[in-house]
Structure formats: structure tokens, C-alpha cells
Design a protein around this ligand. Structure first.
Ligand code: ZN
Length: 278
């Protein structure tokens, strides 16, 4: 069976794995909704204390699907994250805003509020939409070969839809990675406080599961309240309002691109984004 997301239980840990390794786990809507269903399953299972989010193959996630054969922008899915009409059959900003509110920003916010600790287990590429997923996790354990980037300024767009960068890595580092679009190493991510642990690639899974087990020893309700406590403080530091205001700029950029150029992505696709990468 070719599932886009795999779900397995390892003791008290649920491991949710993005499973499109042939496309470096590019996220199409099928994957987004499958992730949401897997997270819901882990939340509902009283035996699960901690969730690990992983990517099959060499890479965690190369970002949103902007060009694989499985790209499913025009496919209808029932909204899960927000109360809004479906984007399918709409036009222009009406389409883009509805879709990105639901599939990108809404889902990320929903997953950030999962009442159980979520650990991102990252190897290889963690780019753009992949970075968003790592941002919403509570903990990031990364292999030595992991690298990160948000290169969407090349499309003329001020960062990905879930704009947590200034809160996660600080304003100066945020400007550096956005202005250059360059990849940054796991070591820099660690120095900026974005990554909790850097481990040898061959130990990534065992180290991540060991941390999950350590966390699972704590009382479940206490963990849920503690997660909310930190998230609420982060929002009190302006993150929620900041992301909302930047989402407006993000959509202004999409609309500007569509008005003056070939499409809302500034004519960029997977190939041109990849060849511009450093
Ligand atoms: Zn967008």
C-alpha cells in the first residue's frame, strides 16, 4: 500500500512518518490531511504519550508540493483546520487565501496545539514548508546531515505561511536566512537555539525515541498544561499576531506576483528553486 503518511506505535510513542521519499516528502494536500488524521489518532490514544514526526528516506521534507505529479491543488478535501469555504472552483485571492489558511497556516496552528509533546526527527533537507513543520514541533532532534532553508524570498514572497522565524531563531538570524535564501547547517540551527539535539545520523532514531521515552515518564496532563504554558507565553511575545500580520504580506506578494508575472509563485517551480539553492 502506498500511504503518504505512515503511523506506528513504538511503546508509548506514536511515530508519524511522511512517506513520499521519491519527492523528498514534498507536502501535497493528501499528505497534509493524512498527517492531521495521524496526529488525531495519536491524541485520541491514551497509550500514546509523545509523538515523533519523521520523514521517510534521505530527507525530512523539501517543502510544499509545487510540482510533483501528485500535486492536488484542485482536489476537494473537507476543511479541518478553519471555518471557511472550500478553495476549489474559486479564483485569485479568493482561492489562494482559502487554501493557504486551511492547508498551511491553519493546519500548522492546529498541530502546534496538539496536547501531547511532538518531536521533529530531522535528517537531510528541511526546507520552506518542511521548516514550518519543524517549527510547530516542541522539540527538534536533528542528524548531523540535516540542513534548513526558507528560500521563498526568491519568489518575491516574505517567507513561508507560518512565519515563526523571528521567535524561533531571533530577528537577526531570521533576516540572514530570508535575505540570502541560503541553506543553514544543523550546527547553526543548534547555536540559534532552534534545534535541541544534534546526533550522528545512524543514531537519529534511537536518540529521538530515548528522549520521547524520557518525556513520557512525566504526567500526561502536566505535560499538556506545560506545553500550553510555553505556547501561551510565546503568543504573549507577539508570535500569533506577528504571524497573522505577515500572512497578509505573504498574500499581498502572491497577488502581486499573479498581477505582474506568470503566476502567484513568481514563475518559480521546484527545478528553478532547487538550481538557485546554495
Ligand atoms: Zn503561500
Amino acid at each position: 500500500m502506498n500511504e503518504v503518511v505512515k503511523y506506528e506505535k513504538r511503546g508509548t510513542t506514536a511515530v508519524v512518518t511522511m512517506n513520499r521519499p521519491e519527492y523528498r516528502n514534498a507536502q501535497n494536500s493528501a499528505m497534509t490531511y493524512a498527517l492531521d488524521a495521524a496526529f488525531q489518532q495519536a491524541v485520541d490514544d491514551d497509550e500514546v504519550s509523545v509523538i515523533v514526526l519523521a520523514g521517510a528516506g534521505k530527507h525530512f521534507s523539501a517543502g510544499h508540493d509545487i510540482g510533483t505529479p501528485g500535486r492536488d491543488v484542485d482536489v476537494h478535501y473537507d476543511n479541518t483546520a478553519i471555518m471557511w469555504w472550500d478553495h476549489v472552483g474559486k479564483k485569485g485571492g479568493d482561492l489562494r487565501y482559502a487554501r493557504e489558511m486551511e492547508v498551511y497556516l491553519g493546519m500548522c496552528r492546529r498541530w502546534r496545539e496538539i496536547p501531547k509533546p511532538v518531536i521533529a526527527m530531522v535528517q537531510g533537507a528541511c526546507i520552506a514548508g518542511g521548516l514550518m513543520l519543524a517549527f510547530v514541533c516542541d522539540f527538534i532532534v536533528a542528524a548531523e546531515d540535516a540542513f534548513f532553508a526558507d528560500p521563498v524570498v526568491r519568489m518575491g514572497i516574505p517567507g513561508v505561511e507560518y512565519f515563526a522565524h523571528p521567535w524561533v531563531i531571533g530577528p537577526r538570524a531570521a533576516k540572514e536566512i530570508l535575505f540570502t535564501g541560503d541553506r543553514f547547517s544543523v550546527q547553526r540551527a543548534y547555536e540559534w537555539g532552534m534545534v535541541n539535539r544534534v546526533v550522528p545520523s545512524e543514531h537519529l532514531e534511537t536518540e529521538t525515541l530515548a528522549i520521547a521515552e524520557r518525556i513520557a515518564a512525566m504526567p500526561r496532563f502536566g505535560l499538556a498544561l506545560t506545553k500550553r504554558a510555553v505556547n501561551q507565553c510565546e503568543d504573549a511575545m507577539g508570535m500569533r499576531n506577528g504571524i497573522d500580520s505577515v500572512f497578509g504580506l505573504h498574500h499581498f506578494a502572491h497577488a502581486h506576483n499573479a498581477e505582474v508575472g506568470p503566476d502567484s509563485l513568481g514563475g518559480m517551480d521546484t527545478k528553478s528553486m532547487k538550481s538557485a539553492a546554495q
